[in-house]
Design a protein. Structure first.
Length: 278
């Protein structure tokens, strides 16, 4: 029994997270580390920005110099080669270009991009020039992008009101050179959540019962990190998306109800449902 327990505790893979810090711990680097660790892998980080925020909103954003971001990515990867990379908040065009150049040098094939643009409270986190570089340069270089509906609308200039619109937006993203897309449907008014995975060969709709709660801070960060973790462990990309969605849903359902605004989810929920993730 002890041997089996020790085998379960072995680290399965290594994931590099390139994202901003969330002082409240619910999203950003903090949520990413919790997710990767809870799912049994080793988390490394390159912090792109430092935010002062809580569950009610973002107070301020402090930039990390581009050269420091470059050094974090390249120096870390030179010693411990990541099996996968998750990219989150990139707040400026200079930061995006820095990340692109560093990705060329470290040559990791499995890259998940969460195109963070707007905070849960509505604060805009990225400028228009950065969005354009994201669309024309970075999105083509990653394995999967995971926009929510507002982000997909910005990236495609398409109004999304239903699942058909989600598929149309997804196909527009593929035409822009994206390899795989997972559009998150949590913003649609429905008793169910429809998350849609697309590439040029297949479409898959993941249907989940919507949990009635305002405590969903960091769900996008958590989902993309979970996908990167499962994918880094050898699961197929589509399977990784499905497993990550299940993990996030259970984490929402067991959330701690902290804060006065959009509270965090329960990242260690996987410990209670380990059998479901074999």
């Amino acid at each position: 029994m002890l041997k089996d327990l020790l085998n379960k505790l072995k680290i399965k893979s290594k994931v590099l997270i390139i994202a901003g810090s969330d002082s409240s711990g619910g999203a950003g680097i903090q949520a990413d580390i919790k997710t990767v660790t809870s799912l049994g892998s080793y988390a490394m980080t390159a912090i792109t920005a430092i935010t002062s925020q809580n569950t009610t909103g973002v107070l301020s954003i402090s930039k990390v110099p581009e050269n420091e971001i470059k050094k974090q990515i390249e120096f870390t990867s030179k010693d411990i080669k990541p099996d996968a990379i998750k990219i989150g908040m990139l707040h400026s065009s200079k930061v995006i270009n820095t990340v692109i150049n560093s990705l060329k040098k470290i040559r990791v094939k499995k890259i998940i991009l969460d195109p963070v643009m707007v905070a849960k409270g509505g604060t805009k986190l990225i400028d228009d020039k950065s969005i354009q570089i994201l669309r024309t340069r970075l999105m083509k270089k990653v394995t999967l992008i995971t926009p929510n509906i507002p982000e997909a609308e910005i990236l495609t200039q398409t109004k999304i009101k239903n699942t058909k619109d989600m598929i149309i937006a997804g196909k527009k993203l593929l035409k822009l050179g994206v390899k795989n897309v997972l559009i998150k449907g949590g913003h649609l008014k429905s008793s169910y959540v429809f998350d849609i995975f697309l590439n040029k060969k297949e479409e898959k709709i993941f249907k989940s019962k919507k949990i009635n709660t305002k405590n969903t801070h960091g769900t996008g960060c958590t989902l993309s990190s979970a996908i990167a973790t499962y994918f880094s462990c050898g699961k197929t990309l589509k399977k990784s998306c499905g497993m990550a969605i299940n993990y996030v849903n259970h984490s929402i359902g067991t959330g701690p109800k902290y804060g006065k605004g959009h509270g965090p989810i329960n990242h260690i929920s996987v410990i209670n449902i380990n059998k479901n993730f074999k």
